[in-house]
Design a protein around this ligand. Structure first.
Ligand code: UFG
Length: 338
């Protein structure tokens, strides 16, 4: 039986596809390459030594997606990554985000029901919490008004999945693990897959590695006057391969009903600490300067990941130094390729 991975050529999707194949799962990838490249699929095959079944599909296209289920014939569960993820772009084009992220999830649920597939792992984000009142944040924290249309689509999709579950009476019932990611960083240790730099990176670590490699002049630290120990914002950064492993754990331990899980390390790290850690881990200087605050940034957030540890039997194991070394190796390989 196979797992359908939507967005399987993307950053989290590609690492998860590798982890699934290495755990013995049969993987079927769908992707439309709107934010990824076809060669990533070859790299997944290179790392795992297995061929990957693939369909170039937009998940919003119900008929085509349904044909994938019929054609593959053995899809038993789905991991749904395929979505747009740029916070800034979502502010500019909210309709596009609603159509793709919410529309795509609705179509997927419909097609799954039609084909009798009842297990779903959904890619969500800690953005659903906004700036929580209590840190570390656990899954009982309420959704605060979304900081961006992107955040709104994640909240809405979680609600749609929950509603869908209460209306579905499959033979063994609909089951879904909703995974709320904190900040994934790094790349596969092979240096063959990682986050693709399509456009100017918005996220800290890709911007940092591009700056160190000379592609950008300076990393701007968005504010050093926040009420945190060193004045810069705090996040919970986890290695992308740990995050990928969490999806395998979620499939193996899929809850009954719909249940959210925080995926993070449980530790908060500031922007300035990431810069210092990168220098220590790679011995490379990071040219940076302090700039103004970025609009909409959350001051500090980190996870209480204890539910995932208890119920999914998953824990982030890799260090942030390892993640930064792996991110740097990936950047150097990209530089070599251009
Ligand atoms: N930062 C900088 N300079 C940069 C880029 C980022 O100082 O050039 C800082 C940000 O201000 C923030 C931290 O680095 O304090 C992390 O920023 P990211 O953009 O890497 O990550 P965010 O936590 O802001 O956003 C991420 C995802 C979003 C998601 C959000 C919450 O990118 O998609 O987590 O889940 F919505």
């Amino acid at each position: 039986m196979a797992v359908l991975v939507t967005g399987g050529a993307g950053y989290i999707g590609s690492h998860t596809s590798v982890a699934l194949i290495e755990a013995g799962f049969e993987v079927v990838v769908v992707d439309n390459f709107c934010n990824s490249k076809r060669y990533i699929l070859d790299r997944i095959e290179q790392i795992t030594g297995k061929s990957v079944r693939f369909y170039k599909v937009n998940v919003c296209d119900e008929n085509v997606l349904s044909k994938v289920f019929s054609d593959a014939g053995d899809i038993e569960s789905v991991i749904h990554f395929a979505a747009l993820k740029s916070v800034g772009e979502s502010v500019e084009f909210p309709e596009k985000y609603i159509k793709n992220n919410i529309g795509g999830t609705e179509v997927l649920l419909k097609v799954m029901a039609h084909h009798g597939v009842s297990k779903l792992v959904f890619s969500s984000s800690c953005t659903v919490y906004g700036q929580p009142e209590t840190i570390p944040v656990d899954e009982s924290a309420p959704f605060l008004p979304a900081e961006s249309p992107y955040g709104f689509t994640k909240q809405a999709c979680e609600e749609i999945i929950t509603k869908h579950s209460s209306h579905t009476n499959g033979s063994e019932g609909f089951r879904s693990a909703i995974l709320r990611y904190f900040n994934p960083i790094g790349a596969h240790p092979s240096g063959l897959i990682g986050e693709l730099p399509l456009g100017i990176p918005n996220n800290l670590v890709p911007f940092l590695t591009q700056t160190v490699s000379g592609l950008r002049d300076s990393l701007i630290v968005f504010g050093d006057d926040y009420p945190t120990p060193d004045g810069s914002c705090i996040r919970d950064y986890l290695h992308i391969c740990d995050l990928a492993d969490a999806h395998v754990a979620a499939l193996k331990n899929i809850p009954s009903g719909v249940r959210p899980y925080n995926l993070g390390t449980g530790k908060g790290v500031s922007v300035l600490e990431i810069i210092a850690d990168f220098k220590k881990a790679t011995l490379m200087e990071v040219p940076y300067e302090i700039g103004p605050r970025r609009k909409g940034d959350i001051v500090q957030i980190w996870a209480d990941p204890s539910r995932a540890e208890k119920e999914l039997k998953w824990k982030a194991l890799r260090s942030k130094e390892e993640a930064l070394i792996d991110a740097w190796r990936w950047q150097q390989n990209l530089n070599g390729a251009t």
